[in-house]
Design a protein around this ligand. Structure first.
Ligand code: ZN
Ligand code: ZN
Length: 328
């Protein structure tokens, strides 16, 4: 019942028009309340299993550079060219406005929040609770008062109200340069809401990070769209893309705003990405697919497209991915 109330909160911002953001196809994700109820009463409960994680991150020390670690869900820790970045930091037990209800994490964050290195930049893709966790953001700000928080248009005040400073808001294609690296906010197909009356009042998107010697793209949360072809046109093909592969079932309800693994591979190809890494699975049971299914379907999609397994990989939470300068 608590879960139902939570989901009601999340999906009920269907009422008020005016000043809402839309996707680049001029549409807004509109599911009727009937659709929502249909999903609520027909949904399957996936078996709650924990995915394998790794302790490798413990080898990192204050001198470590050029690495990336998947902490879980859409949270990546990235160190590149004198910057340490956290994407969509969520360290709370639940992806929810309240502590007592809402999707509870299946695995702890691979790196506890108090074991993180000093953070320079935090990127937020949109304001859903599994991406914008105000408790985590506050803790990160407390430990890193100089950190810069990059958020979608419409979310700045949400952070500032909690005392967080250095918050910058972005529309699509806005960018900022930080210590010689450029961060651009890019369109994806999704929506936003925290409560009952704020549906699509703030924006959603991906973050394209151009470091002096490498480009990394974090797709946030998205359905399949033309946006990735446009992103490649404007910003060039990324070296590495972090793309969601989970939260796609049932397709009739989820496909507008969440890709399945096959579509994730297509996004990687649309971007012209040299390599991609999976995210947004195995952490919070948000939807109907089995927890362990996304990487299985990812492998299948790669086989069907005759692509190498290495083209799109699934890291274990906590595993170190090397970002050392590439061979010429
Ligand atoms: Zn979302
Ligand atoms: Zn999400």
């Amino acid at each position: 019942m608590k879960g139902l109330i939570f989901l009601l909160l999340l999906f009920s911002g269907l009422i008020m028009p005016n000043e809402r953001f839309k996707n680049t196809n001029e549409e807004a994700e509109e599911k009727s309340f009937r659709d929502f109820l249909k999903w609520t009463f027909t949904n399957k409960k996936p078996e709650l299993v924990a995915i394998d994680s790794s302790d490798e991150w413990k080898e990192l020390d204050s001198g470590s550079t050029d690495y990336m670690v998947w902490i879980g869900h859409a949270t990546y820790l990235i160190n590149k060219d004198n910057l340490t970045i956290l994407t969509d930091p969520v360290f709370s037990k639940r992806a929810s406005p309240v502590r007592f209800a809402g999707p509870k994490r299946l695995i702890p964050p691979a790196i506890p929040i108090d074991k993180l290195p000093p953070i320079d930049v935090v990127t937020v893709s949109h304001n859903h609770y599994d991406h914008l966790d105000i408790r985590s953001l506050k803790k990160i700000y407390k430990a890193n008062p100089e950190a810069i928080f990059l958020v979608p248009m419409g979310d700045r005040r949400r952070l500032e109200r909690k005392g967080i400073k250095n918050v910058k808001e972005f529309l699509w294609w806005d960018d900022i340069e930080i210590k010689g690296s450029k961060f651009t906010f890019t369109p994806v197909q999704h929506w936003s809401a925290r409560g009952i009356a704020d549906r699509n009042k703030s924006l959603w998107g991906g973050w394209f990070m151009q470091f002096p010697n490498r480009t990394i793209y974090h797709a946030g949360d998205t359905g399949y769209s033309e946006d990735f072809i446009e992103t490649r046109k404007r910003l060039g093909p990324p070296d590495l893309s972090l793309i969601p592969i989970g939260a796609y079932a049932p397709q009739w309800f989820m496909s507008y705003s969440h890709v399945n693994p096959e579509e994730a591979v297509q996004i990687s190809q649309d971007l012209g990405s040299k390599q991609s890494l999976a995210m947004h699975w195995g952490t919070f049971p948000l939807t109907d697919e089995e927890v362990l299914e996304p990487p299985v379907l990812l492998k299948k999609a790669l086989e069907e497209k005759n692509l190498d397994e290495e083209y799109f990989i699934t890291l274990k939470p906590g595993e170190i991915f090397n970002l050392s300068p590439q061979e010429p």
